[in-house]
Design a protein around this ligand. Structure first.
Ligand code: NAP
Ligand code: NAG
Ligand code: NAG
Length: 340
């Protein structure tokens, strides 16, 4: 018996050695590798940067990060990643403590273009690697030809190229954005490295609860863009700003919060990741308040009745592509039948 005890102690010792040896080398090696092996998940709250003025975004990003934000949503097509990078560099945060997402633009869907594009984003953002790289739209443009559709390449080809970006250590994760159900399925059927997240439009006026639930079931994170519904000034929904919506004003009052905080808090409680954009210190701070608000089951059920199924962002028509045919897409309906 004594022999057995000694033998099993030796066994445990050897296993322990085996498990801990790989990280027992110089600390620097471990740190360099950590971003690849870390299981750190995407933070449920981040800062958006679309339409953030070039001369304001650096300050907004620095202010947000120094105020406790740890997640920045960027994209090459926003034409401000260099300024966003200045904000990241000025903030008092280490690279491994923040999450940075960027996106592959439509004209960079061909494999060599994709590699160039991610390197440009990484260099402009000054981050060394991305945490998440998204295919911005399931639509390819011919490189250098404006928005002329590229018939030479499919989203499957582009996904294969993106898988190689993970293998090249340029990004920790890859994902998709603005995909219809059938496009998600196309990628799920072929992926070797599968999408970590799907970023799409969803908010109180376009809830898409079934679609959100579908992602939850397959374990793909949902990043809710335009989480403040129709606050983006380029959206022309025909609806009054959500901040003036009597339902949301009442609920906010009850929660002793602002409407923006209340709307964002709902996005978080339903399990989506929200990325409100602002370039104003006041709003950047205010929006963080969303993390402290909780709703009862009954309140959540009341909110679900507020869906208006209004999609704000659909460039598909100008590109000649039907993007959201299998999703709530009331832009297909005539004005009368929209639930305004
Ligand atoms: N993947 C995609 O295709 C895609 C598409 C759209 C958006 N996105 C991402 O999602 C992010 C957020 O979406 P979004 O920018 O469309 O819309 P949003 O974040 O829902 O709304 C932004 C607008 O709301 C204002 N705002 C923010 N907080 C406010 C507050 N507390 N009170 C009053 N007004 C407030 C901002 O003003 P100021 O800026 O003037 O402060 C800005 O005009 C984008 O920035 C982008 O990163 C991705
Ligand atoms: C930067 O962050 C560190 C660690 O959180 C803190 O000790 C230090 O005071 C901060 N410096 C500034 C200038 O805020
Ligand atoms: C990626 O990083 C891993 C772990 O550090 C390393 O083993 C591998 O060689 C790297 N791959 C490339 C293409 O740099």
């Amino acid at each position: 018996m004594a022999f057995l005890r000694v033998a099993s102690a030796a066994f445990v010792f050897l296993i322990t050695l085996y498990v801990f040896l790989p990280i027992a080398g110089p600390a620097a090696d471990f740190e360099e590798e950590q971003h690849l092996t870390s299981t750190k998940e995407i933070p449920k709250f981040g800062l958006g940067t679309w339409l953030s003025d070039r001369d304001k975004v650096a300050h907004a990003v620095e202010f947000a990060l120094d105020s406790g934000y740890n997640h920045i949503d960027a994209a090459l097509i926003y034409e401000n990643e260099d300024e966003t990078g200045k904000g990241i560099a000025s903030a008092n945060v280490s690279r491994e403590d923040i999450w940075v997402t960027s996106k592959l633009w439509n004209e960079h869907h061909r494999p060599d273009e994709a590699t160039k594009a991610i390197k440009k984003s990484i260099s402009d953002l000054g981050v060394g690697y991305l945490d998440l790289y998204l295919m911005h739209w399931p639509v390819a443009f011919v490189p250098g030809k404006g928005d002329k559709l590229d018939k030479e390449i499919t989203i499957v080809d582009t996904w294969r190229a993106m898988e190689n970006l993970v293998r090249a250590n340029l990004t920790r994760h890859i994902g998709i954005s603005n995909f219809a159900k059938r496009d998600v399925q196309t990628i799920l059927d072929i992926c070797i490295i599968c999408p970590y997240a799907h970023e799409f439009e969803t908010h109180p006026y376009l809830q898409q609860q079934d679609f959100v639930d579908f992602h939850k079931e397959i374990g793909m994170k949902v990043i809710a863009y335009s989480p403040l519904a129709n606050m983006n000034p380029t959206y022309d929904s025909g609806l009054k700003p959500v901040l003036e919506d009597p339902f949301w004003k009442d609920l906010a009052k009850k929660k002793d919060a602002t409407v923006a905080q209340t709307v964002l808090a709902w996005g978080i409680q339903r399990g989506t990741i929200v990325i409100p954009k602002s370039v104003h210190e006041k709003y950047i701070k205010e929006n963080q308040g969303a993390l402290k608000i909780e709703f009862t089951e009954e309140e959540m059920s009341e909110i679900s009745k507020q869906d208006k199924k209004v999609r704000m962002n659909d460039p598909g028509k100008s590109w000649g592509v039907k993007l959201f045919a299998d999703l709530d897409d009331p832009t297909d309906l005539d004005e009368e039948s929209r639930e305004l």
